[in-house]
Design a protein around this ligand. Sequence first.
Ligand code: NI
Length: 174
Amino acid sequence: MKRPILIHPDPRLKKLASPIIDLSDDLRALADDMLETMYAAPGIGLAAPQIGVDTRLIVMDCVKGEGETPRPLAMFNPEILAESDERSIYEEGCLSIPDIYADVERPAEVTVRWIDPNGAEKQETFDGLWATCLQHEIDHLDGVLFIDYLTPLRRQLITRKMVKLKKDRAREKA
Ligand code: NI
């Protein structure tokens, strides 16, 4: 089932999300909903707080090429264990901040540990777009948005735009 995505500014996007203690069928179903919501958007990553759920769960699929096999990943309690000194810059966007893009510099490589939907502990080192996307999504679990890396002025302008967007959308619905 597709879920509505929260738009910045929203207090639920600024909270530290709660860790998962028990991997239940409800949480597995939530991961499926999040993947469906992400693919439909379309997007390459989504974190539970973005659909208003206070839990440390992210989903991703950075395989973009046509004809390439998708790699849907659902990560429960993802944690960055190590990051490279080497940095890379990507133009980032966010489903909670529609149509806004900005360059963000982050470590080029990250080693991440997580629990998969079967309850198995996984660990893998990611680079390229995957590394950036992972850090962006894990940031969401800590109440951090990519615009938090921009200057306060730029962030303010974007936030103002989003306030207006939300007003316009509310009016359309009314
Ligand atoms: Ni995002």
